[in-house]
Write a protein that binds this ligand. Structure first.
Ligand SMILES: [Zn+2]
Length: 330
């Protein structure tokens, strides 16, 4: 009994001390509030890791960036999980690839997000294809026989670093519009990003020169921009039409074309099944390059780091063939 009265009094004293400390803490916190509100980062959500990386480069410390998909995930088909809708609910800026790439999943997430800032047409919605130089634009009627094509243009435009430069500019503009206080920082970051990427591009182009005019086979039409930039010839696709699985007769045609053209490399993203590609590579004695669709931002890889990986893989697979064909010449 005595013990319990004693301990309850001690408990009361302790509680009073705690309350006093809590009051002091809250007082400090209130004093800090305006500063904290200013320092709150701009929440950027990108649909793919390449855009997330560009946003990090341009936004620097002023932004907090989330990617809705991983580099190892097919960006045409992303599982619209509630956690992704939650990220969009809190977003100040949404960076989308556009050209219907995200048509199968982003509209569902945007409905679930209930955030007017980032809805299509809202101040925080950015269709990055607006800044890109587009290829594969289809004029005239299209139907399902074309497969899963995007009439407005091929959406895999970030595989040309010149498009990354253009999109970087757009991101800086849109960040400045929603966060004018940071506009000088965004402009400076964008200049630094462009200078650095331009240097990388010059280096890549010099190293890739021997590959110009060489034939490749691609699984999906993901490499159009890369091929056009480097000067590779896409002589066949393993998908008979974009998004449509290969048939035996189509595979036989791809092998015949590959043989006739002397194809040394087959390109596909890691998220596509590779049994057919492997079979074709074996028949041709070609190398199968399974590449991530974008930077592995979870490992801290940047857009430029990923492009370096792609460039290095291409050179490793194809440059010896270029050399030997040169040596074979009289
Ligand atoms: Zn596609």
């Amino acid at each position: 009994m005595h013990r319990s009265i004693h301990s309850s009094r001690r408990c009361l004293l302790a509680r009073r001390a705690l309350l006093a400390r809590l009051r002091a803490f809250l007082f400090c916190l209130l004093g800090l509030m305006p500063a904290l509100a200013q320092a709150a980062p701009i929440k950027v959500v990108a649909t793919v890791p390449a855009l997330a990386s560009l946003a990090r480069d341009i936004g620097g410390d002023r932004v907090e960036v989330t990617s809705l998909s991983l580099a190892t995930q097919d960006p045409h088909f992303v599982d619209a999980r509630p956690s992704l809708a939650l990220a969009l609910n809190r977003a100040d800026l949404l960076l989308a690839v556009g050209l219907e790439l995200e048509l199968g999943w982003l509209p569902t997430l945007l409905t679930g997000a209930r955030n007017p800032r980032v809805q299509v047409g809202g101040p925080g919605y950015v269709d990055c294809s607006m800044a890109a130089m587009l290829r594969g634009v289809i004029t005239g009627p299209i139907d399902r026989a074309h497969g899963d094509v995007h009439a407005g243009g091929n959406p895999h435009y970030l595989f040309d670093p010149h498009n990354a430069l253009r999109v970087g500019k757009l991101i800086a503009e849109r960040l400045s519009a929603i966060d004018p206080e940071g506009s000088a920082i965004y402009a400076a970051n964008e200049r630094a990003f462009a200078e650095s990427l331009n240097r990388r591009v010059a280096d890549w182009q010099a190293r890739l020169k021997p590959l110009k005019g060489r034939p490749i086979i691609a699984y999906h039409s993901s490499w159009l921009y890369l091929a056009e930039w480097i000067g590779l010839r896409e002589v066949a696709f393993i998908e008979p039409r974009p998004g449509i699985a290969p048939t035996p007769s189509h595979v036989a045609r791809v092998i015949a074309t590959g043989r006739a053209e002397g194809v040394r490399a087959i390109l596909q993203e890691t998220f596509y099944a590779d049994s057919t590609s492997r079979l074709i590579a074996d028949k041709l004695g070609a190398k199968l390059l399974r590449l991530d669709g974008g930077p592995n931002t979870r490992r801290g890889e940047s857009y430029a780091d990923h492009m370096e990986r792609v460039v290095a893989a291409l050179i490793e697979a194809m440059a010896p063939a270029v050399q030997s064909s040169k040596e074979a010449r009289p």
